[in-house]
Design a protein around this ligand. Structure first.
Ligand SMILES: [Fe+2]
Length: 293
């Protein structure tokens, strides 16, 4: 028997107002269950001048993507210093502002709590940017980053396919977080707080919680597990140009298989701001660890 889909399709076409209840019954509940909200016709329109910026040569060769910290205004990863740099900055900022307005309407419960916005412009075709298996996002994973411990924060992301040539972005989406973590928990080495202290002292990382430690382990073990990658519960979904999708990427196993040209907006959200904090990976893991001892 195939598992029910974890993709919720919402036929809503405007950034400027919330979906009606008949279009999207309970977006917050569905996100918190780890589902992907998919808006097939929520297009982020690019001008001709902006479309001309869709060129991988504009990305700093040392970086995977161009990114904007909207709080400080710092733009990183742009390879050129001419007027195209300002145009890229304006495009990325417009995506940040548009998605922010939309999230405030779609998820009003979160509006006062979303923080640390990071916007990313991804110009490389998937598979053309050389990387280690650990950074290979064509393998199913949940998001966890060595340089960015999150502690009691969730990772919420808004993706948009801006490909001007009709190329879809193909994802695989995996199972619910509790079954995923129950599969890997027995393999995990015990957490050693002393190591986090040492890394902090050496300025290698900001303070890393037991949760961050676990999530990095989970991320790596999923990606290194060929059997899970092949046979783990999963479904494929094509995101066409002009579509938007939203998920908690720390919770929803995902793999980006094909595609080129995407905008992505990240926010952090405190677990305490969720309508059902007990569904967070933080609380799921606490329950599973307590039950194992
Ligand atoms: Fe990811």
């Amino acid at each position: 028997m195939t598992a029910p889909t974890r993709i919720v399709s919402i036929d809503h076409r405007s950034w400027e107002n919330a979906p009606r209840v008949d279009e999207a019954a309970s977006p917050v509940a569905e996100l918190e269950e780890g589902k992907v909200l998919f808006f097939p016709h929520l297009r982020f329109e690019l001008s001709a001048a902006e479309t001309a910026l869709l060129d991988p040569a504009l990305v700093d060769p040392k970086r995977k993507n161009i990114s904007l910290n909207a709080t400080t205004g710092k733009l990183t990863g742009v390879a050129v210093e001419d007027e195209r740099r300002d145009a890229i900055g304006a495009l990325v900022r417009r995506y940040y502002e548009t998605t922010r307005r939309f999230l405030d309407r779609l998820l009003p419960h979160y509006a006062a709590h979303l923080h640390t916005p990071t916007t990313s412009l991804r110009l490389h075709r998937i598979g053309t940017w050389k990387m280690s298996w650990r950074k290979d996002d064509t393998r199913l994973h949940v998001d966890a980053f060595p340089s960015r411990p999150v502690g009691e924060q969730r990772i919420l992301r808004v993706f948009n396919n801006i490909n001007p040539h009709g190329d879809t972005r193909l994802w695989r989406v995996g199972e619910a977080f509790d079954t995923l973590s129950a599969r890997y928990l027995p393999q995990m080495p015990p957490y050693r707080p002393g190591m986090a202290w040492l890394l902090h002292k050496l300025h290698i990382t900001k303070s890393r919680s037991a949760y961050d430690h676990f999530m990095l382990q989970l991320h790596d073990r999923m990606k290194a597990d060929a059997d899970y990658q092949r046979n783990g519960q999963q479904e494929s979904i094509e995101f066409p140009p002009g579509s938007t999708w939203i998920c908690f990427s720390d919770q929803t196993p995902h793999a980006a298989m094909t595609g080129q040209f995407m905008l992505e907006q990240t926010y952090l959200l405190p677990v305490s701001a969720m309508t059902h904090p007990e569904l967070s990976p933080q609380r799921v893991l606490e329950r599973q660890v307590a039950a194992a001892h």
